[in-house]
Design a binder for this molecule. Structure first.
Ligand code: DX5
Ligand code: ZN
Length: 226
């Protein structure tokens, strides 16, 4: 397996989250954001245990892989990510992000994902100490900072997020490794600017893009703001 996601390179990327797309016309929504300049597609996976909601599985990733050339950024909000490494990798994920708060041995999970040839990310919830990512920084391609409590789209951006991003950016700089810093939750043109100034380089946005009258315009506004 290979990954379409490059090592972190200093550019700002925007990843629309399909959680807020219109499932009745998912293909059209994907094409719209692809044409408008989306960099990756963010796919939220929820197991009803790690978060109080259910969402997408490998079948959606397989279909996306066939129908779009955008890199697929899969965010696993599940208690046992180890179980899902193979199904999502085979389905075509380019990046699998697991939560530091998951029940499995996260370092081991990261190694297993890398062994399959794709990129890995580690995510932390808003109430997890930022320093707890230090032990995994050497093994990860991306840190995903949640700027809302995971589980649902359309929530308000948490004001403490930029400071957490600043601290994580410092930790990443110290490693001298290319590690993406992704932010997820409540991102719109205004918060995009704030988090980029704080050091983020991948912006996930669901509601601000797909609930807008014109998703292409909303995406471009986020890109311009960042
Ligand atoms: C929330 C998900 C997010 C969600 C973000 O648990 O991880 O990816 O789709 O949605 P917005 O941009 O609407 O906050
Ligand atoms: Zn997400």
């Amino acid at each position: 397996m290979t990954s379409k996601i490059p090592p972190a390179n200093g550019k700002i990327y925007v990843a629309p989250s399909l959680l807020s797309a219109d499932l009745w016309q998912l293909g059209q929504d994907v094409q719209r954001v692809e044409l408008a300049g989306a960099d990756w597609l963010h796919v939220d996976v929820m197991d009803g245990h790690f978060v109080p909601n259910l969402s997408f599985g490998p079948a959606l990733v397989r279909s996306l892989k066939k129908n779009t050339s955008l890199p697929l950024d899969v965010h696993l909000m599940v208690e046992h990510p180890a179980r899902f490494i193979e199904p999502f990798t085979k389905a075509g994920a380019d990046l699998l992000t697991v939560h530091l708060e998951a029940q499995d041995d996260v370092k081991d999970v990261l190694k297993q994902i890398h062994a399959l040839g794709i990129k890995v990310g580690v995510s932390i919830k808003p109430d997890t100490d930022v320093r707890s990512i230090i032990p995994v920084l050497e093994e990860t391609d991306l840190i995903l900072v949640m700027s809302v409590y995971p589980g649902f789209g359309g929530q308000e951006f948490l004001p403490e997020a930029p400071e957490r991003i600043r601290q994580i950016r410092q930790l990443i700089t110290k490693t001298n490794r290319p590690v993406w810093l992704e932010v997820d939750g409540g991102i719109n043109a205004q918060t995009a600017r704030e988090v980029v100034q704080a050091g983020a380089d991948v912006l996930v946005a669901g509601n601000a893009i797909f609930s807008a009258k014109d998703p292409a315009v909303a995406l471009k506004q986020i890109k311009q703001a960042s």
